[in-house]
Design a binder for this molecule. Structure first.
Ligand code: NAD
Length: 325
């Protein structure tokens, strides 16, 4: 597999390792900051050509897959461009930040010989797969989730795009808590009603978006309440409680309790770079590459990516409406 990476910031480091692990060869990289790209290539000991413009990279290289690891507002354009050139694209979450992009992403995917994959690596976590399997046939599900992490001024200063509606699309929910929202949707089903409130507790004047948001999502099976914040005093493990007719489940980070008993998930999920990233990028990239080489449909496709961002945007719209009441 001949691979390229666009956007050589924090998460691109994990993509390099996951690509190498999957047997891929990184032949080209791209960043608008050329010095950063040169340092990245040196750090990872890559023999990759360096580009400043992703379109020139895609047009010039013979590629099997391009990894999009850029700021949120660029994902739709970059993914669509790659699909139009029949290059498989693995895009970091979220697939886009605007409903207006849904149609053109789906169309580009449909008309392309290539595939689109969206990076929700926590779907590959053993603990999450265990709970999903356990409750998939339960007729009623109610749940509550808390994502309480800390992201301060220095985090937002680390990227011009962070903490701005126009470029990040939001903050605590669309960036940090989106993986847990994805999980809650797989437990409880798709939203039929959404109510939300949001605030900025500790970064007024620093970010123009939320650092705390609480929402209720009602679904056909029941629903859930969730709070996501980056104003926590420190980073806490994600806490989830679930009730179904047969099960009382608590997920405390990687620990899972079912009907009061701790369940031993065979392998500790562990993590690379940061605990919140987990190790899911490795099996995700392997799975995506396997689907490409074996001409199988990759499950985490455009419609799956859009399903999650559709819920995110509904939550923000409700929060905005409630602000104006
Ligand atoms: N799946 C996860 O758990 C996870 C974790 C962290 C980040 N992410 C996602 O990865 C993406 C990047 O996040 P990050 O923390 O690495 O950001 P970052 O700011 O560290 O890196 C982004 C890089 O993109 C480059 N860039 C900006 N505009 C560009 C352009 N037009 N062409 C090429 N390069 C460009 C920047 O120079 C920068 O090097 C985001 O979508 C983020 O949500 C996902």
């Amino acid at each position: 597999m001949k691979s390229a990476i666009i956007g050589l910031g924090v998460i691109a480091n994990l993509h390099v390792d996951a690509i190498k692990d999957a047997g891929g060869q990184i032949v080209a990289v791209c960043d608008i900051d050329v010095d950063k790209a040169k340092a990245f290539v040196l750090k990872h000991n890559l023999s990759a050509r360096i580009y400043e413009d992703y379109k020139i990279l895609i047009d010039s290289e013979v590629l099997d897959v391009v990894h999009v690891c850029t700021p949120h507002y660029l994902h739709a354009d970059m993914s669509v461009y790659a699909l139009e050139k029949n290059v498989n694209v693995l895009c970091e979450k979220p697939i886009c930040i605007d409903r207006l992009d849904f149609k053109r992403i789906l169309l580009a995917e449909k008309n392309s010989k290539a595939q689109l994959g969206v990076c929700f690596q926590n779907r590959y976590k053993n603990t999450n797969k265990f709970v999903c399997d356990l409750i998939k046939n339960q007729t009623k599900v109610s749940a509550v989730a808390i994502v309480a992490w800390n992201r301060g001024e220095s985090y937002y200063a680390s990227g011009e795009w962070r903490g701005k509606k126009a470029t990040e699309g939001g903050a605590a929910l669309i960036n940090q808590a989106i993986h847990t929202l994805d999980l809650m949707l797989s437990f409880c089903g798709l939203p039929v009603k959404v109510q939300a409130i949001e605030d900025n507790f500790h970064l007024q004047g620093v970010i123009d978006v939320e650092d705390v948001i609480t929402f209720k999502i009602e679904t056909e099976k029941g629903g859930f309440i969730m709070t996501a914040t980056t104003a926590s005093v420190s980073d806490m493990p994600v806490l989830i409680q679930i009730r179904t007719p047969d099960y009382k489940i608590v997920m405390d980070g990687n620990d899972v309790y079912v009907n009061g008993e701790k369940v031993l998930i065979e392998q500790d999920d562990g993590y690379a770079i940061k605990p919140c990233y987990g190790l899911g990028h490795y099996p995700l990239v392997q799975d995506f590459y396997d689907c490409i080489t074996q001409s199988k449909k990759y499950a985490l496709d455009a419609s799956e990516g859009i399903k999650v961002i559709d819920a995110v945007l509904s939550i923000y719209e409700s929060a905005e409406k409630n602000k104006n009441l």
